[in-house]
Every structure is written in structure tokens, then in C-alpha cells.
Write a protein that binds this ligand. Structure first.
Ligand code: FE
Length: 192
């Protein structure tokens, strides 16, 4: 039964060899995915979307009615199975936060690859039941009157939080506004 106790590294090696033997070139696939993660699937994409939504009310409306189509206008693509992109608007009285209770799903081509804590069972379980406490532990203390809405991602519906635009940034350029927007802000565990 030694195979049942094989380390993750041994299992990954065994899979890679099995795929290699079939000519599927797993190393090339991994390198390609790594490059996409490092160079293209960056939170800066979502940051540009947020900045545009802050400054262009017609675009914001399109983002709310069909997120996938709206980001495509900006040249941003999503995998086919990410059928819906839903933008969640934060307001002074409503704060949105996203999770994937099953695993690690995000709109990763738009807001970037999820951080390790997002995939952690602790976050996935607790943010649903004890959202206010979890946010507080992560450094975000919300007023007691602010309603917190937690959104559980599914395979085909992906979310991004549209943070509130800081008041003192009205009139800034798109580029400068985008520079304010963080991955954590689009997950909803931070405010700007
Ligand atoms: Fe998931």
C-alpha cells in the first residue's frame, strides 16, 4: 500500500510521466499556464474594469447587465465555462465579499489567480457563517449597520466586487484610478 502514502510530489511526477508517455506534453502545458498566470491573468485587468465603471456610467450599466460582454469590450476574455461575470456594487450600506465554498473558483482572468487563503477551508467555511468576524480578522472592520452579502462562486458564475470609488479621487485619470484597485478589493476583503 505504499502508493496510498505517496507524497504530492511523487503523485505529480507519476502523472507527468503517464501523460508524457501518451505524448501530451504536460511540461509545455504547465509552462504555458504559468506564463498566462504571470503575464496575462492579472488583477490589473479587473482594476481597469473598475476604473472604467467608476467613470463611465453607460459602461457600468453594461457591466451590471452582462459582465462577460462588458469586459470583452476592453479586450478581456474569460474561459468558455465562465459563462457569467456578475459585478457586485459596494455602497456605503452594502458590502459584498466573494468565496468558493467548494474549492477555489474566481473570475481569474479578470481579478487574478486566487490567493492561498481564498482556497483555505478556514476562509471558505467561515466567511459564510461569520463574515463580519472573518473580515475583521483580515483587517476590514465594517460599521455594524453595513449589510454584508457573501457570494458563493459556481463553475459557471464568477463574481467581481466593484469597490466604492474613494471620494477624493473624482476627476483622476483612468490609469491613476486603476492603480488604486487591488485584488483583495475585488474579492471584497478590503476597501480602498
Ligand atoms: Fe471553486
Amino acid at each position: 500500500m505504499q502508493h496510498a502514502n505517496a507524497t504530492v510530489e511523487h503523485r505529480a511526477d507519476a502523472m507527468e510521466q503517464a501523460l508524457d508517455a501518451r505524448g501530451w506534453k504536460p511540461a509545455d502545458f504547465i509552462a504555458e499556464q504559468g506564463q498566462l498566470i504571470d503575464e496575462q491573468w492579472l488583477p490589473q485587468n479587473g482594476a481597469r474594469v473598475v476604473a472604467r465603471a467608476w467613470t463611465d456610467p453607460a459602461f457600468r450599466q453594461r457591466l451590471f447587465s452582462n459582465g462577460r460582454a462588458a469586459v470583452a469590450e476592453m479586450g478581456l476574455t474569460m474561459p468558455l465555462h465562465h459563462r457569467h461575470l456578475v459585478a457586485l456594487q459596494n455602497t456605503p450600506t452594502v458590502h459584498n465579499v466573494i468565496c468558493c465554498t467548494l474549492c477555489s473558483c474566481t473570475a481569474f482572468t479578470i481579478i487574478g489567480i486566487p490567493p492561498d487563503w481564498y482556497k483555505d477551508l478556514e476562509y471558505r467555511a467561515r466567511v459564510v457563517r461569520q463574515s463580519r468576524t472573518v473580515l475583521q480578522e483580515m483587517g476590514l472592520t465594517l460599521p455594524p449597520e453595513t449589510e454584508i452579502r457573501v457570494w458563493d462562486t459556481t463553475a459557471d458564475t464568477r463574481y467581481m466586487v466593484l469597490p466604492e470609488q474613494p471620494l477624493d479621487t473624482v476627476g483622476w485619470s483612468l490609469e491613476r484610478l486603476a492603480g488604486l484597485v487591488t485584488r483583495d478589493g475585488m474579492i471584497g476583503v478590503a476597501r480602498l
